[in-house]
Design a protein. Sequence first.
Length: 158
Amino acid sequence: MRQWTREKGETYGGRELRRIWDKLAAAAEVAAKFSEDDLALRFSDEHADDLRYLAISSRWYRWTGSLWVVEQTLQAFDFARAICRQAATDPAAGKVARELTRARTVAAVEKLARADRRHATEHQEWNTDAWSFSVPAKEEWTDDDRRRATGGGSAANC
């Protein structure tokens, strides 16, 4: 092994080893640019404001412009798929392009994005202002709220 290294290193004034090293460095750079983690970061950069993930319920939530709704159409997966497709069209992707469009890569991107702090949320963060998103807790209701909720009648019946 030493003999080979010495011979190759001395060939052309050490240029052969430099060429091999540069080729490996370029391949590592391409691999990092198209890694699942990098793609998940792209996903989060693009959707940080409109998607949240609640791990306790294993659900994505989408911002409609006025409230957060449970995403029931796999839109987060579709967004991850679009990110992967876009990356696959990059000429720098080369041989990696086909791997980027596989379902397991798309699923990995979506799964990594769930843990991104820009998406991850806890259930305590939801409905902190009882009047902003949904019906307030009953102990916060006024007598008028109780009458409306029960269709009229006495507040004592609630």
